[in-house]
Design a protein around this ligand. Structure first.
Ligand code: HEC
Length: 133
């Protein structure tokens, strides 16, 4: 019966499957962070001091503070996934290509809804939630 309902109402099936695509929570991102980032950025994002590479992993609770009070989503996403490179030396922070796998969720980046791998989106939400000052 349920299958018939989905065949008859494909829009309904689509709506239901989209429910799973909702934006991840900060808590989900905290887990991804704990699994990948604490070694350099510290358990609470405040950094760990000098790394063996001689570099310092920045305090991730002050990203917005360093950016005139605005959390720069696009920059943060590209920093993590490795597409950005930008000011970051390639070997300073690993590219988290693995995070690119899995389902995508729509994330608003600079006013545009951008399909973003869920673990990456979760990290962004988490980092946004720990901003200070
Ligand atoms: C091997 C150490 C290392 C690991 C692991 C690491 N990072 Fe980094 N990260 C760095 C360093 C070093 C920088 C600064 C590079 C620079 O500014 O040149 C940085 C910079 C950043 C920035 C930019 C901050 C800003 O103010 O622009 C973000 C965001 C960030 N890391 C997030 C993460 C996240 C999220 C993870 C886990 C998925 C992670 N990092 C894992 C070393 C690391």
């Amino acid at each position: 019966m349920r299958i018939i309902a989905f065949v008859a109402f494909p829009a309904l099936a689509l709506t239901l499957s989209c429910a799973a695509d909702l934006m991840p929570t900060a808590q989900e991102g905290a887990q991804v962070y704990a699994d990948n980032c604490t070694a350099c950025h510290g358990p609470r994002g405040a950094g760990t001091g000098r790394l063996t590479s001689g570099q310092t992993a920045p305090d991730l609770t002050r990203i917005a503070d360093r950016n005139g009070g605005e959390f720069p989503r696009a920059r943060v996403l590209s920093q993590i996934d490795g597409y950005g490179h930008g000011k970051v030396a390639r070997d300073a922070m690993p590219e988290f290509g693995l995070l690119l796998q899995g389902e995508s969720v729509p994330v608003e980046v600079d006013g545009v809804m951008t399909p973003t791998p869920r673990p990456l989106a979760a990290l962004m939400v988490f980092l946004g939630s720990i901003q200070k000052g």
